[in-house]
Design a protein around this ligand. Sequence first.
Ligand code: ME8
Length: 502
Amino acid sequence: MKASFYVTTPIYYPNDLPHIGHAYTTVLADVLARWHRLKGSNVFFLTGTDEHGLKLQRAAEKKGVKPKEFVDRMVPEFKKYWRLLEISYDRFIRTTDVDHEEVVKKALEKLYSKGLIYRGVYKGWYCSSCEKFYSEDEYEEKEGKKICPIHVKELEWVEEETYFLKLSAYQDQVLKLVRDTDIIHPRGYAREIASKLEKEGLRDLSIARPKDRVYWGVELPFDDRYVVYVWIDALLNYLTGIGYGRDGRFEEYWSVVHHVIGKDILWFHTAIWFAVLLMLDVPPPKKVLVHAFIINRGLKMGKSVGNVVMIDDMFDRYYSADSVRYLLMRLLNLEKDVEFDVELLDNMYNGELADTYGNLVRRVGVLSLKKLKGVVRRRELDEELSRTSREVIGEVLELMDDYKISESLVKTFDLLRATNAYLNKTKPWEVEDPEPSLYNAIEATRIATNLLNPVMPSITKKVADALGFEIVEVDKLKYGGVKEFLVKEAPILFKKVKSRTS
Ligand code: ME8
């Protein structure tokens, strides 16, 4: 039976265009989706937009349009960028989708009828950019003002009658899931949440907003003066996306769900989400895969800080989706923040993509056409390249299954470098019988290209077409597996960028 794989990204706030921080997460999720397709699994990949709440309401008001009109205008922009980056999602969910609003209402009804929701008064400091309340030990203080540590802007005092969700009743069960299972990855994040739970506990959460303040949301099914708190609405998208309550696929995909998120929304996706799922009698996610931030000048990239790099900027400099995807995944670090450094990216682009991969493909292409009229038959296999290929396949399989994408790219490039060195050593341009050398060089190029396919889907397809092979499922990938290459052309894959320092 085929294995299944379900991967999600956060649903982004469409108050602004997505930037490379959003692309970082979305490309990561896409690479995992493509990797699992390459492993022969049934894959479902969900992304989308988080359209309700105060932040969106205010963004629309600022533009002088109704919230729905505003989000309807923004969604095509997100889809455009994801198309540009070749994001292969199966569904783009919007929290304004009818089936989602139904799921939110049903879930809230269930929680209410189970006696898990009660009325009370909430007082606290709120950040509308995070859409969350900050406690005393979480916010920062500057000149007597309470400041959001993420958006570096003043918090607002909110005091209102609301409804609470009894998260506190689930504190022990949630702590167990956080501490004693391997759901949260990497484990440092699990320790962080466990320690927060131990220190502060899991407090009941205000899950309703009075319509006279926040009118843009899903109405509470048991009190029409309120809308549902945007984070509860948003988290439930992961259930709607695969047909919760109405579709047989739900069971299949839910048991293998991987939530890919940035570390800013870790608490919501662990403490709060695990408790809500327990309340709904839905098993916890299989994985919450967390990454750190891309930072610029020491701060998390964000519109309110004014240090964002846009996706267009990356395309202007590195030309194609494949190179942008490669560079983002090459930077990827789950544990540590990475500084956006153009010089470093230029060097990776020129040194790895252009000089190593591009140059190799061009060389084997040109030589095959010139020396063998493009027909390269299988000859004796080079032992060393064959062994290196086998090792690299094995290591990449392990690394990818451990979400170590950057490391797996480095490994694959070791094979490409070894192949360039092999060409230098065997010199097919001057020997009498260049076929053994060219066969082995193309074969190693094929293996590397196949492994790079999830990260660079178009360029690898172009290389496969030019050199005359197919991208195959990874378990069928074997050195020496191709009898004959019919090389059609020798493409130039990457145009070098002028490094700022050169
Ligand atoms: O939080 N570095 O949406 P959002 C790395 N709607 N990743 C970054 C980043 C950066 N500098 N900036 C943004 C929300 N991200 C909610 C989510 S899900 C049920 C609801 C990525 O538009 C990262 O994945 O603020 C982060 O978690 C996400 O964008 C936040 O997107």
